[in-house]
Design a binder for this molecule. Structure first.
Ligand code: ZN
Length: 438
């Protein structure tokens, strides 16, 4: 069993809540045995003989980031269709281009996404897309952790086929790659999945005992359309259908009534907040402060690279904090809260809260080391504020997933960067042409 010792680093374990007594970070060692954390902070036992010792001075250790909502292969469309309204972007640009994708394209698009995520400290992501066996292969090969769902659209001709593929994904991949892969069913949204289709999804979720990943109340247009069609809000509509009787990861939740927020709390629905995508597509400002105050699990996601346009969770934390402060109160989404959203809330939202998201003995070792020996990270008044407001993804030095080092000194150990960039450019040229969209 491999043993790693990280010596003398500053540890941000994320175990405490803000009101608990004692410091939120301290100096110490971290010992990893196999894929588990053996000790955090304490002096390591004498008989612990590490194969790898990492000198942690100037490093800050924290749980790897959980990107709670993305569409990995959409890196293919990064910078292809910017500065458009959501429905124009989707219907005129993204969906027609996605129709041309092959499984090989999705493989390379997902690999580029995983490369970017690992380099920027993301150790787990929740994905919703098509050709999911290829995404699972990427996860298996690269060493990252993921919760995968086959995106399902019930209104088009591929609805039934999607359900079959979603079921195959769960059957073939749930618990695979040493347990790094879990699965959910992924009905796209209430406006693309009619009630009878969602019934089928719920039957499958029940049969396989897995959760449901869905976009909810992303735009005002969706909110109004669902109101008109069903006489209820998107959240009220899904609740009445019984969807929230299952573990649900609800992406966006931008347009909510007070009653909707009560429903999300009561039913234990986890929300993936995507501030940059919401800003870029002018979807609106989700009532995140209200949801957090209610005790709803709010995680953070980047959404696909086509509406962000990167997959950088440090940036997403900063955007989340700034976006909600800009609404008029600089005290909301304080740095520790932003860190919680990016780590332990994400773990909880993906149903992995008992495994990852905090650094403590017995948890799985998904750990990142941030190099704080950088001009923009001096002086060190507050490590937490630095992580949220000043750190950059290029400060991520080491990434450990499932007890294995996958990024070392800022270099990926499991992915060929040159090959991945060359292949993705070929895919992009094939799908949309080398001259781009304009
Ligand atoms: Zn999305």
């Amino acid at each position: 069993m491999s043993k790693i010792l990280i010596k003398n680093c500053i540890i941000v374990p994320m175990e405490k809540s803000i009101n608990d007594p004692g410091p939120l970070y301290y100096e110490g060692d971290i010992a990893i045995e196999g894929n588990l954390i053996k000790s955090v902070g304490d002096k390591v036992e004498q008989d612990f003989k590490p194969d790898t010792v990492i000198n942690g001075s100037n490093f800050v250790a924290l749980p790897g980031f959980v990107n709670a909502h993305t569409h990995a292969a959409m890196t293919i469309f990064r910078s292809y269709a910017d500065d458009l309204p959501l429905m124009t972007w989707l219907q005129d640009k993204i969906w027609p281009a996605e129709d041309k994708l092959t499984k090989e394209d999705v493989y390379w698009g997902s690999k580029l996404c995983v490369l970017e995520m690992l380099l920027s400290g993301t150790t787990t992501f929740a994905d919703m897309y098509s050709f999911m066996p290829e995404v699972a292969m990427v996860v298996e090969e690269t060493g990252i952790r993921a919760c995968l769902s086959r995106g399902l659209i019930g209104t088009g001709p591929g609805g039934e086929q999607g359900l079959l593929e979603g079921e195959e994904l769960v059957k073939n991949w749930h618990g695979k790659a040493d347990g790094r892969i879990t699965t959910m069913f992924g009905p796209h949204a209430p406006y693309t999945c009619p009630p009878e289709y969602l019934e089928k999804v719920m039957d499958l979720a029940k049969k396989y005992q897995v959760g449901i990943h869905i976009h909810v109340a992303e735009t005002l247009g969706e909110f109004n359309d669902i109101q008109k069609q069903y006489g209820r809000t998107p959240v009220g509509h899904l609740n009445l259908l019984g969807l929230f009787e299952y573990p649900v990861l609800a992406a966006h939740c931008v347009h909510l009534t007070d009653g909707d927020i009560d429903i999300l709390k009561e039913k234990g629905v986890a929300v993936a907040h995507n501030p940059e995508s919401n800003m870029k597509l002018a979807s609106g400002i989700a009532p995140v402060v209200q949801m957090l105050n209610k005790g709803i699990t709010v995680a953070l996601g980047t959404d696909g690279a086509s509406s962000n346009n990167n997959l950088d969770m440090l940036e997403e934390m900063r955007s989340a904090a700034l976006m909600h402060k800009a609404a008029g109160d600089p005290t909301v989404i304080y740095s520790y809260q932003a860190l919680e959203m990016a780590t332990k809330n994400g773990a909880k939202a993906l149903g992995l809260g008992d495994k990852i998201g905090v650094l403590k003995p017995g948890m799985v070792a998904d750990i990142i080391l941030v190099d704080f020996d950088k001009p923009h990270l001096y002086p060190r008044h507050d490590i937490l504020a630095h992580l949220v407001y000043a750190a950059q993804s290029s400060d991520i030095d080491t990434v450990i997933v499932d007890g294995k080092i996958v990024v070392q000194s800022g270099k990926p150990l499991t992915i060929d960067v040159k090959e991945t960039c060359e292949e993705i450019q070929k895919v992009a040229n094939k799908i949309v042409g080398s001259s781009g969209s304009r």
